[in-house]
Design a protein around this ligand. Structure first.
Ligand code: GDP
Ligand code: IMO
Ligand code: MG
Length: 430
């Protein structure tokens, strides 16, 4: 298989975890390249449900190498928990996991600052996952972050920790009125993580460089989704990393020529967690039904997700900005019972029709979605294994998405299980 980027085309939670797990079978290496424990990628195997926040979703295939790249921010406590959870489930993580020594750490003060900043914002809050992701990236860009390799050398770690706490304690005490944090306590806690983590730490840039000579194939597993990108998303209601295609290159140290395929993952409808505008949001019975049938509650925070119809303006934007060359449509089964299904095909902005996503934030509040209405198929799709097994109305719905986005659908997911998938379009990206 060629190297494939699996990337979210909406506001996250598109079902990337399931898609990555499925494709891992045909791949050698699976890499996370951005984000951190704000991600929650679900893989269901029979009665077992795994939610990965930091480990790549290919980790259940113990013969595959999984890489956490330099662009990811790591909370070592969460990583340790995930590794333990797998060991308890009889899936030991050993040589198959490699963590970049250049990846930045999430420290206790990052989590505290994430919470305090949100509380201070009140009703204007972003609705972050409170995992300390934003503050950790802030320190990275501010060139004061602590990286995995810094933790390996305890003298360097203590020195950097103290320098950081000098500033952070000032903010915690003077600005937020909290107790200062103790360097010694944090040190003792993190040294234990260090001892457990050490064996996984590597020069992952070199591993990926060498993989080309060995003709190994790679999956790049995106976290979040296009509309949460720090530059190209719905700023400031975004995450703190580049969730779009550029994140792969900077987050792993691979050239652009490494990406052969870009598989955009989209739900058959749309969801969003946290604040920020969402043109097709349904604050009504239909929205509630999407949430209930789709079990739309956050994998990381448990929060109820906001739900609405599929937005092709958003999808086309994501296809363009990431160079998506095929789509994976997930959660199609969630639409099975709806008598009528809508797709947003354009926006009305002050009486003008556009199918371009408006980037000017002063315009976004004026968006009125224009819908095309489809008759629902009102039949079960979860048993379908071929495109032809799907009801006619359902096939028409999918054909319409292909035509408008000018993108083939190579995967269709119709349930949480590994086998509830139609893969007939996959051969085109092999
Ligand atoms: P990710 O963050 O993109 O990996 O997505 P999440 O794991 O946060 O959310 C997707 C949710 O939908 C998970 O609970 C999955 O088990 C579930 N899911 C994935 N694909 C399907 C599908 O085709 N049908 C249904 N009903 N659920 C799905
Ligand atoms: P996966 O990888 C959905 C959202 C948060 C919030 C905003 C900023 O599972 O698709 P952050 O904690 O990153 O500073 O929060 O981004 N968010 C996600 N929403 N799926 C995710 O990840 C998300 N990661 C962050 O809800 O609105
Ligand atoms: Mg998720």
């Amino acid at each position: 298989m060629h190297n494939t980027l699996v990337i979210g085309t909406q506001w996250g939670d598109e079902g990337k975890g399931k898609v990555v797990d499925l494709l891992s079978e045909r791949t050698d290496i699976i890499c996370r390249y951005q984000g951190g424990p704000n991600a929650g990628h679900t893989v269901v195997l029979g009665t077992k449900k795994f939610v990965f926040h930091l480990l790549p979703s290919g980790i259940l295939h113990s013969d595959k190498m999984c890489i956490i790249g330099n662009g990811v921010v790591i909370d070592p406590q969460i990583m340790e928990k995930e590794i333990k959870m797998l060991a308890e489930g009889g899936i030991p993580v050993e040589e198959n996991l490699k963590i970049s020594g250049l990846a930045h750490l999430i420290m206790p003060y990052h989590k505290l600052l994430d919470q305090q900043k949100e509380m201070k914002k009140g009703s204007g809050k972003i609705g972050t996952t409170m995992k300390g992701v934003g503050p950790s990236y802030t320190d990275k860009i501010g060139r004061m972050g602590i990286r995995v390799w810094d933790l390996i050398d305890e003298h360097v770690f203590m020195e950097k920790l103290k320098a950081n706490l000098d500033e952070k304690n000032f903010i915690l005490e003077k600005y937020y009125g909290l107790e200062p944090l103790s360097a010694e306590k944090i040190f003792d806690e993190y040294i234990v993580y260090r001892d457990n983590m050490k064996k996984y730490v590597a020069n992952t840039t070199k591993i990926l460089k060498d993989s080309r000579e060995k003709s190994l194939s790679i999956i790049f597993e995106g976290a979040q989704g296009t509309m949460l990108d720090i530059d190209h998303g719905t700023y400031p209601f975004v995450t703190s990393s580049n969730t779009t295609i550029g994140g792969v290159l900077t987050g792993l140290g691979v050239p652009a020529t490494y990406i052969d395929n870009v598989l955009g993952v989209a739900k058959a409808y749309t969801t969003r967690v946290g604040s920020g505008y969402f043109p097709t949001e349904l604050i009504d019975e239909t929205g509630n039904m999407l949430r209930d049938v789709g079990a739309e509650f956050g994998s990381t925070t448990g929060r109820a997700r906001r739900c609405g119809w599929l937005d092709l303006v958003v999808l086309k934007y994501a296809v363009w900005i990431n160079g998506v060359n095929s789509l994976a449509i997930t959660k199609l089964d969630v639409l099975d019972a709806f008598p009528e299904i809508k797709i947003c095909i354009a926006y009305d902005i002050d009486g003008e029709r556009t199918s371009e996503f408006p980037l000017d934030p002063s315009i976004t509040g004026k968006i009125k979605p224009i819908y095309k209405t489809f008759k629902g198929w009102q039949q079960q799709t979860s048993e379908a294994r071929e495109f032809g097994d799907l009801p006619q109305a359902c096939r028409e719905y999918l054909k319409f998405v292909e035509d408008v986005t000018n993108c083939r659908i190579s995967l269709i997911s119709t349930g949480v299980e590994r086998n509830q998938i139609i893969t007939s379009g996959l051969k085109e990206i092999d």
